[in-house]
Design a protein around this ligand. Structure first.
Ligand code: FES
Ligand code: FES
Length: 166
């Protein structure tokens, strides 16, 4: 097995990691960087529990080799809060009751933040579309979708922009 040294940015911090060629980004985050917020649900690209932002795009980290991430910028759920302040998607997920067992939650938060970064005012259909790859066995999605729309509204209020789909 060959090993590789890669440099990447994770949650704003530069990291240098030595990894075997067949290690996934998911395993690297959890086992080399102790970022265990990102979950391993299926290891097959089907559940979305392992979703992280890879260069701004929500990505199933179980389907990406870590060696492919040399030079990349990764955001995991641990990187959403800033200055001890939760991201609005985290706050609203709690407020709306969108968390039950919580296993899907890190991936959903990342997909939701990626959506709001590219579309600050999504419709319910757009939220559902953005979360289509994130499976939740507990909640029935209604509260999750509600939380994402509330977070959008919160983002826009902070930015001083009116509007928001109810
Ligand atoms: S663990 Fe990656 S999609 Fe399920
Ligand atoms: S809260 Fe349990 S899988 Fe979503």
């Amino acid at each position: 097995m060959s090993f590789h040294r890669i440099n990447l940015t994770v949650n704003g911090s530069p990291e240098q990691v030595d990894i075997p060629a067949n290690m996934t980004l998911l395993t690297m985050l959890r086992e080399k960087l102790a970022l265990t917020g990102t979950k391993n649900g299926c290891a097959a690209g089907e559940c979305g529990a392992c979703t992280v932002m890879l260069n701004g795009e929500p990505t199933n980290s179980c389907m990406v080799l870590a060696v492919e991430c040399d030079g990349a910028e990764i955001i995991t759920v641990e990187g959403l809060a800033h200055d001890r302040q939760l991201d609005p998607v985290q706050e609203m997920m709690i407020e709306a009751g969108g968390v039950q067992c919580g296993f899907c939650t890190p991936g959903i938060l990342i997909s939701a933040r990626a959506l709001l970064n590219r579309n600050p005012n999504p419709t319910e259909a757009e939220v559902r579309e953005a979360l289509i790859g994130n499976l939740c066995r507990c909640t029935g999605y209604v509260r999750i979708v509600d939380a994402v729309q509330k977070a959008a509204k919160h983002d826009m209020e902070l930015a001083g922009v009116g509007g928001g789909h109810e």
